[in-house]
Design a protein around this ligand. Structure first.
Ligand code: NI
Length: 137
């Protein structure tokens, strides 16, 4: 971590009240930590709009009995092996699987991979969690 610099922030009372509610709800110990996280989150969003390397996590819930689904998911992952860091497969019950795919690469490529996987027939639920490699935040 670099040098810590203190600075004053002015804002409307009502906005600060709302922010303090947010801080309590989220369990922050102080405003500084909350402000840092809000700023970092904004920068992660910005990284995802630029041509830089980002990280993220795709989550899929699917029925593995669905015809050809498992092989399609596998084939897609092999096609995108350059951005897939790791995958974790959890057998939720007799028919449902949950898969976590950790990725690192250009946002555009990650979005393309996510688009293919979530549209496969038999994928019941999917999310894309945007993250950063952490170098710039
Ligand atoms: Ni499974």
């Amino acid at each position: 971590m670099g040098k810590i610099i203190r600075f004053g922030v002015s804002m409307e009372e009502k906005l600060l009240e709302t922010f303090d509610h947010f801080i309590n709800r989220e369990g922050y110990k102080n405003r500084s930590e909350a402000i840092r996280d809000v700023i970092r989150k904004e920068f992660v969003e910005e990284e995802w709009e630029k041509d830089v390397i980002v990280a993220g996590c795709l989550l899929l819930v699917y029925d593995h009995h669905k015809r050809d689904l498992v092989s399609k998911i596998m084939e897609t992952q092999h096609n995108y092996h350059e951005i897939i860091i790791s995958t974790q497969h959890i057998h939720m019950d007799h028919k449902n699987c949950l898969e976590i795919i950790v990725v690192k690469g250009k946002a555009e490529t990650i979005r393309r991979l996510y688009g293919i996987l979530k549209a496969l027939k038999g994928v019941k639920y999917s999310t894309l969690s945007k993250a950063s490699t952490g170098r710039k935040i």
